[in-house]
Design a protein around this ligand. Sequence first.
Ligand SMILES: Nc1nc2c(ncn2[C@@H]2O[C@H](COP(=O)(O)OP(=O)(O)O)[C@@H](O)[C@H]2O)c(=O)[nH]1
Ligand SMILES: [Mg+2]
Length: 349
Amino acid sequence: MIIKRYVVDNMNEAMVRIRYELGNDAVIVSQRKIRQKGIIGILKPRKLEVTAAADEKQKNVKSKSEKNEELEKELSDIKNMVSILLRERDTNRKDNKNKTKQKLLENDIPNEIIEDIYNNIKLKNQDKKLTPKMIESCFKEALMDIIKIDENKDDKIQVLVGPTGVGKTTTIAKLASLYSLYQNKKVGLITIDTYRIGAVEQLKTYAEILSIPFEVALSLKDIPEIINKMKGCDVILIDTTGRNSKNIMQISETRKYVETINAGKVHLVLSMTTKQSDLKKIIENYKIVNYNSLILTKVDETNAYGSILSCCYYGNVPISFLTTGQNVPEDIERADKDKILKLVLGVDN
Ligand SMILES: Nc1nc2c(ncn2[C@@H]2O[C@H](COP(=O)(O)OP(=O)(O)O)[C@@H](O)[C@H]2O)c(=O)[nH]1
Ligand SMILES: [Mg+2]
């Protein structure tokens, strides 16, 4: 208990001092009028003597609780601030993702692929605040991984498989020209496409123009002998019958041929004018053929290069060639990672 005596001019002054020094809970114990000491004191007006008491503990508890209140207020302010910042960060992240996503969607890249890539980026960068630049470069990195390019030297035996009308025969003619005219290689052509009227003639004509050997395999058992006949060639290119990609029986038959041929390279030929949902199914259905390369045709007929990425993503094998028109031999080029990335991202060359 603290007891304090105050000599003041009036009660107001006493109350202000008591509250300031002893706190709000102090009580006034006594008050009386007093004369000041000495002769001069007799002449001066009387003063007020006020005695007040306060519980020291109470005073401390009070100030502690006041402090606690202050701390609690500060804490809740900080909490509010943190939650505002977190909300802002999440909206930013969403916006950042949306900008990159929008750009990729405009280039016809399927949402499913974009979401997959984005989820991977999130997993890899769990604790980092991703800026738009970082998200864009993470996407670029992911796309670079998805786009695989066939860097192998050209295999001796190469077979082309794929749906009807995608450009297998035309591409074989282009490849034959590329190897024989530009690389001076000895090239042999074989077709096992005896199913379609005119298919044999089509390739035979190209063989004649290029003056290179040409053989037709009418059945599976012809194949070893025909390949043996061409053993002197540097490159043997084999054309197959286009198959309806929904007909698994037909694709299984192609598989038997491919196994018998035992080619170093099995190119799945896909047209970029095919709907992306169909491309995905074709890529799946042809997996039984064990293709190890992609040739993407009719790139000239589309501006939506998302199909190229879809093929890389779902096929998960390297791209060897792209074809860009009907002209034999010039409309073909070897796959180039930077060029494909630019096409996919919609950056002008
Ligand atoms: N625009 C364009 N047309 C192509 C391309 N490659 C092939 N074609 C055309 O596609 C059609 C089918 O080609 P073809 O080689 O017979 O296909 P196949 O049935 O797979 O052997 C033909 O009219 C070709 O000229 C290409 O890269 N661009
Ligand atoms: Mg053909």
